[in-house]
Design a binder for this molecule. Structure first.
Ligand SMILES: CC(C)(COP(=O)(O)OP(=O)(O)OC[C@H]1O[C@@H](n2cnc3c(N)ncnc32)[C@H](O)[C@@H]1OP(=O)(O)O)[C@@H](O)C(=O)NCCC(=O)NCCS
Length: 407
């Protein structure tokens, strides 16, 4: 039943997600963040001054460092939000933009804010190499450059690369390389089908990125750049990456640039603005588990979200589980199915129905917002229902949101 105190999404938008070698790779993540923040309020038709609080997730902080610190504060000011706007830059790895949403939900529930925005912005291809020690001088010997994106993981402090943890845990759970390749193929095929059906176009979840050029018309990027046609045979030929037993360039997402923003408020406030909610945010939860459990954590987080929402898994019409790798949706749906193979298959059918990060791309700090809005828009197309979106982030953290779209 709807109440005035419900928290509702009123606007949700993202940029296309780029390829590694895209023209978008030259655009600072702050600027991508500005595009979606402006568009989220523009679509809602409310002034930036109506937004009390903006939480802004980013995960590859070395890229943000090119514009010094506090990207959230810089982006909100440059995007036209008033100096009084409260903002926070946060990093919970790939979970970050749903963490941003959870922080805003808390603020609304605590009565500290009425209107909040959750932003995620990332530009992985723009991440610079680091030259540690250079500031104090290198007296003797070569200068070493560090790539903190390389092997995407935490080896510097003794943890594994994410691909190793995901691949090993997948095998332990009985999810083979072949299953992961089949999921990757499905992700690409579902995306192609969705795109052909008019989804993932500008106006719904996408806002174009317009890049001025010295000569001629500006370059307009108005669709995701990574989806590709593939076959099981070509996927099977790819060699594993980063020492993983199963993860390859084909069953992993590409490294992308992109940004997402979700504007939300109490239903009472949405009514006062005359806005029709896109979805009700019924629960927003976080979990963490032992660090190598990155592939299992979406399952635990969805369970926690369902408990908070007082909902059984059977009532959930659609699931989004971020394809950090193919291992994540496969392992997590398997756990949710509790060892019942038919139920597992049936859950897989309801998961990432329009494809996932393997096809769309994964600008890490922005993806959590992306899965939540992809879910909301698809539930809307289907005339309403319940949905759960979950994402894993560095060293087995989880974030999930339970949404309801009224029929
Ligand atoms: C896997 C990764 C290293 C690949 O980077 P890359 O080498 O720049 O990517 P490419 O697109 O050139 O793909 C590499 C090769 O695989 C092939 N390939 C990629 N996807 C394919 C697919 N779906 N089907 C067939 N071949 C594919 C490419 O054609 C290319 O082949 P080539 O070397 O013969 O040209 C990079 O995308 C990556 O690190 N992804 C994971 C990101 C990540 O971990 N995210 C966070 C999770 S928490």
């Amino acid at each position: 039943m709807n109440t005035n105190q419900d928290i509702v999404m009123v606007s949700a938008v993202r940029t296309p997600f780029s390829r590694f070698d895209s023209a978008m790779a030259d655009i600072p993540s702050i600027d991508l963040g500005m595009i979606v923040m402006k568009e989220a309020v523009r679509r809602a038709g409310i002034p930036p001054s109506a937004v009390d609080e903006i939480n802004y997730g980013s995960c590859v902080l070395a890229e943000c460092a090119l514009e010094t610190d506090v990207p959230a504060r810089q982006a909100t000011l440059l995007a036209g939000f008033p100096p009084e706007n409260i903002s926070l830059t946060l990093d919970r790895a790939c979970c970050s933009s749903l963490t941003a949403l959870r922080m805003g939900v808390r603020a609304v529930r605590a009565g500290e804010a009425e209107v909040c925005m959750a932003v995620g912005a990332e530009n992985m291809p723009r991440t610079p190499h680091l030259a540690p020690g250079l500031r104090r001088g290198v007296r003797l010997g070569p200068i070493t450059l560090v790539d903190n994106m390389y092997e995407i993981g935490y080896r510097a402090k003794g943890f594994n690369s994410v691909a190793v943890d995901a691949g090993e845990v997948a095998l332990e759970q009985g999810v083979t390389r072949d299953m992961q390749d089949r999921w990757a193929l499905l992700s690409q095929e579902r995306y192609q089908e969705a795109f052909a059906a008019g989804k993932f176009r500008v106006g719904e979840e996408l806002v174009p990125v317009v890049i001025p050029r010295t000569k001629g018309e500006p370059l307009v990027i108005d669709r995701d750049e990574s989806p590709r046609k593939t076959t099981l045979e070509s996927l099977a030929k790819l060699k594993p990456i980063y020492g993983s037993p199963t993860v390859t360039a084909g069953n992993a997402p590409p490294m992308s640039a992109g940004a997402s923003a979700i504007l939300f408020m109490t239903r009472a406030k949405a009514d006062a603005f005359g806005l029709e909610p896109l979805a009700t945010i019924v629960a927003s939860v976080a979990t963490a588990t032992e660090p190598r459990g990155i592939a299992v954590v979406p399952a635990f987080t969805i369970r926690k979200g369902l408990e908070a929402a007082g909902l059984s898994l059977d009532r959930v019409d659609l699931l989004e589980i971020n394809e950090a790798f193919a291992a994540m949706p496969l392992v997590s749906t398997k756990i949710l199915a509790g060892g019942d193979d038919r139920r597992w298959e049936e859950l897989r059918e309801r998961t990432n129905v329009n494809g996932g990060a393997i096809a769309i791309g994964h600008p890490v700090g922005a993806s959590a917002g992306r899965i939540a809005m992809t879910l909301a828009y698809e539930l809307r197309r289907r005339g309403g229902g319940w949905g759960a979106a979950a994402i894993c982030g560095g060293l087995a953290q989880g974030e999930a949101v339970i949404l309801r779209v009224d029929r």
